[in-house]
Ligand binder design. Structure first.
Ligand code: NAI
Length: 264
């Protein structure tokens, strides 16, 4: 890859992927509303608020690919979600169109489908059932990406990331965990495949228990290698067992589904 724009570079996944993708891109343009420092020789930093259309247009200029991690990553006020995720996604796609970027990795979320029960196996054709305003905004991003594909041929991987942390933080994450290595491989595959189209991919490792089926994305050739199995018997997860009828346990979105409506 030549010049890759990584938005959300100051965040958890941004920091992770800076390291894992270091040898993959000849140049990484890092962006965030927060400062990113300790730049490597092949990295540059551009501070940019995704809500600022002109700034995003300038940010995207000269980039060959966009890995879009930037924005609000949990439930928040509608105003913040509007700025970071709804306007942000629109500005990124519109800049991609005007600046000639042909393929994006869009960090969507499992919270687009968080109100499905855990007994339901979902695939790319399952209806969206967002569990939060945050999930709604990721659904907007997915639809926007589909529109930019159908009208302008801009390809996207719509990656409904499960839970990408060094290890599962709770019992739910035994099913939703995505390892750093599997995320890295997925990004590389998304850019290596000849045709991508606009494809929904569940960003999840090869865990023993899963709620998501990636058969519609098999053509990409990505196989998750890691598994949460190695963490299954950790004491902190055993201690967390709770009533199976608790909405936090019934729904795939966990606490996002059981929480009340976000109030400022
Ligand atoms: P994070 O919250 O650590 O990072 C997001 C970054 O976006 C932050 O550095 C923040 O400063 C930046 N940002 C927020 N609003 C902005 C704005 N208006 N303009 C410019 N930058 C802005 O989130 P994380 O965990 O790194 O996630 C990255 C992406 O992946 C997010 O889009 C998130 O929704 C998605 N995701 C992550 C999951 C995970 O397990 N980490 C699970 C599902 C989805």
């Amino acid at each position: 890859m030549k010049r890759v724009l990584l938005t959300g570079a100051a965040g958890n996944l941004g920091k992770m992927m800076r390291t894992s993708l270091a040898d993959w891109a000849s140049e990484l343009r890092l962006s965030d509303i927060e400062t990113v420092d300790d730049l490597l020789p092949n990295e540059e930093f551009v501070r940019c608020d995704l809500a600022d259309a002109d700034a995003v247009m300038a940010l995207v200029e000269g980039c060959d690919a966009i890995v879009h991690f930037g924005g609000i990553s949990t439930e928040n006020s509608f105003e913040n979600i509007l700025s970071g995720n709804i306007k942000g996604a629109y500005h990124i796609y519109e800049a991609a169109r005007q600046q000639g970027v042909k393929r994006l990795f869009f960090a969507s979320s499992n919270h687009v489908v968080g109100f499905h029960h855990r007994e339901t196996l979902l695939d790319a054709n399952s209806p969206m059932r967002p569990d939060s305003l945050y999930g709604v905004s990721k659904g907007f991003g997915e639809l926007l990406a589909q529109y930019y594909y159908d009208k302008f041929g801009i390809e996207s991987a719509l990656v409904r990331i499960g839970s990408c942390f060094p290890k599962p933080l709770n019992r739910r994450m035994l099913s939703t965990w995505l390892s750093e290595g599997d995320l890295t491989d997925l990004i590389k595959k998304v850019y290596a495949v000849d045709r991508l189209g606009c494809t929904i991919i569940y960003g999840v490792s090869n865990n023993p228990s899963t709620w998501w089926d990636n058969r519609h994305a098999k053509f990409i050739g990505w196989t998750a290698k890691d598994s949460s199995e190695v963490f299954e018997h950790e004491a902190y997860l055993e201690e967390e067992r709770r009533d199976p009828n608790d909405p936090e346990v019934r729904f795939q979105g966990g606490v996002f589904a059981s929480a009340g409506h976000f109030e400022d």
